[in-house]
Design a protein around this ligand. Sequence first.
Ligand code: ZN
Length: 423
Amino acid sequence: MASRAIQPVLLGCALLCAAALVCGGVFGPAQAQTAPIAHFPVASEARLAGDASQTRFILDLDQAVQFRAFTLGDPYRVVVDIPQIDFRLPTGIGTTGRGLIKAFRYGLVMPGGSRIVFDLTGPARIASSTMLEAANGQPPRLVLEFEAVDQATFNQGSGEAKPELRPAIADAKAGATPAAAAPAAQLADPRPVIVIDPGHGGLDNGTQSNGETEKTLVLNFGLALRERLEKSGKYRVVMTRSDDTFIPLNDRVKIARAQSAALFVSIHADALPRREGDAQGATIYTLSDKASDVEAERLAETENRADAIGGVNLTEEPTEVADILIDLAQRETRTFSNRFARLLMNEMKIAARMHKHPLKSAGFRVLKAPDVPSVLVELGYVSNKGDLEHLVSDNWRAKTAASMAQAIDTFLAKRLATASPDK
Ligand code: ZN
C-alpha cells in the first residue's frame, strides 16, 4: 500500500495546473497552438512479463516522472495517471496482453496529463509500483507489479484506494471551473450556444478501419461544422474537445448544461464487425429508455463504454439531477430533440448518404442532459468502403456540415418563434 504512489502531493499540483489548462482549453481561445512547442518526457518501449498470478508492466522513459496508480472494478482495470507523455511506443502495443493483463491503452486525458489504462482478466491488486531512476545503462523505468486476488480482497483494496476523480471532473463538480465559466460568457454574448461533441479522443480511439480512427474523423468533422456555424455569426459554438484529448461522457453533458446550450450535437462514426455484413449511411440518434432496435441498442452500449475505456470510475459518478426532475424537463426536451432529428435528416439526405433507417433512439449517456435538446449523429460506417471515402473527404465534410448548419438554422428559428408566441 505504501508503495502505491511516489510523492502524490507533487503530482496533485501538476494535475491541478493541467486542470486549469484544460478548462481554458475548452472555453477560451485555443492557446495551445500559440504556446511554444513543449518537450514532454518520451516513452519509448513497454513490456509485459509474468503469468496469471503475477504480472509485471515496465515502461521505458527518458526521464523519471511522477505517477499515481489505482484499481477500478466493473470492469476490472488499473489506471496510471502521469504527466503528459510523448508516447513513441511500437504500433499495436497493448492490443494483446499477458497474464493478468488483457490489454492496455494510453493517451492524453487533458493538456498536461496522460493516462495508461490496463484491462485485467480478473480481480487484481497493485502489489508494488516504482519509478526507477536510470542505472546500469538502463533508462528510467516505471515498473508496476500486478497480483491476482480474490473478489473480497479486491473490493477491500479498491475501497481503500478510492481514487479521486481527476481534477477536471472534481472541479466541475464543485462548480469551480466549467460551470462557473459559463454565465460570464453568456452575459457578454447572448447568441444561442451550439455545443459540438466530437466523440472519443485521447486513449479512446473509437472505431477503426484502414488506418483511420473514429476519434480523428469526427474531430475533423466537428471542426468543419464549427467553422461553418461561426461563419454565419448567429451562434456561439463550444466544442467539448478541439484536440486529441479524452473527455468523460458526463463532462460532455456538463459542458452542454453549464453553457445552457440551445443544442448539443454529438458526432460519431460507426463500424460493423465484418461477420455482421455491411452497412452504410448516416444515422441520427435521440435518447430513449427503450432502444428502437437491436442495432441501436448495440451501438449505445458501445458508445457508453467510452468511460470504461478511459479509466473513469463509473460508480463514483453520481446522478446529476433527481430522477423526477429529469423526467419533467426531459419530456419537453425530447420533443425538441426529435424535432431537430427530423429536420436534420431532411437536410442531411440532400448532402449525404443516409442509412436505410436513418432515425433511431437508444440510451446514449451523452444525450442525457435533461434541459438541452441533444442528438447523436453517426456520420457513416468506417467499415464501409464508400462511407470511409466520404468521411476522409474535405468536400463531403464541407457539404455535410453545411446541411447540418441549415438544419440548425431552421430548428432555432422555429424554436425561438415557438418560445415567444407574442411575436
Ligand atoms: Zn463513437
